[in-house]
Design a protein around this ligand. Structure first.
Ligand code: ADE
Length: 223
């Protein structure tokens, strides 16, 4: 999978991609991530990429021209399966969406900033509009990092144990069951006996029961 991220502040996003699973995925050649600074595509010497909104009002709007240039340059080099715009008024990201998007080969992720992008960008180029929740961030960068993390961990081969994404919360419509590690007894607080029993079918049954219980308690809306 190749991910091209367009932003006015790409440095805001670099560190999540330079650590842990997102880094390992890139090092293993399973995913490549490319940052594009919108200012490099500005048409003027001041590297301007935003302007006042027509009709007045607070805030600045990202201009169409630099975005058009950047997307055109990317599309001239390869085909893209999706141009995703991160925006609080998009479809709220969930595991089902992440599963589908993780199957794509080349994607562009456009980060909004200030008041957002000129509507013509959304009308002309954007194929998916995604929000990471009903709250407003200062820009789409952190949201893009969240989206990419959710996709990259699903790319085959990225997680050491191929089944481990399958046991994540939400993959079967339920929250994940509780997990424990050593010691089996910490100051009198014991791990459930079944987990140390060595009886795999019993462990599986316990996990299913606990996943259902946790989902009923915390997220009954999922059932
Ligand atoms: N940009 C600003 N807020 C956002 C959100 N909640 N999701 C995606 N992009 C955003």
């Amino acid at each position: 999978m190749r991910i091209d991220i367009i932003s006015v502040v790409p440095d805001l996003m670099r560190s999540p991609f330079a650590e842990s699973i997102m880094k390992r995925a890139q090092d293993a050649g399973l995913v490549s991530v490319h940052f594009h600074n919108l200012r490099d595509y500005s048409a003027n010497n001041y590297k301007q990429v935003d302007d006042y909104p027509y009709g007045g009002g607070a805030g600045m709007v990202l201009m169409i021209e630099p975005i058009d240039k950047c997307i055109a340059q990317l599309k001239a080099a390869r085909d893209y399966d999706a141009v995703i715009y991160m925006t609080p008024d998009g479809n709220v990201l969930d595991q089902g969406m992440a599963n589908k998007l993780s199957l794509l080969t080349n994607i562009i992720v456009l980060c909004g900033h200030y008041k957002g992008v000129d509507q013509r960008v959304r009308d002309l180029y954007v194929t998916h509009e995604i929000s990471i929740g009903d709250y407003v961030l200062s820009g789409g960068e952190l949201a893009a990092a969240v989206l990419c993390d959710s996709l990259i961990r699903l790319v085959p081969g990225v997680l050491g144990n191929e089944t481990s994404a399958l046991t994540d919360s939400f993959q079967d419509g339920l929250l994940a069951p509780p997990v424990y590690t050593r010691p089996a007894d910490y100051k009198g607080n014991k791990v459930p006996d079944v987990l140390t029993s060595g009886n795999t079918p019993k462990v599986e049954a316990w996990r299913e029961k606990e996943a259902l219980k946790r989902t009923k308690e915390k997220r009954p809306d999922l059932l």
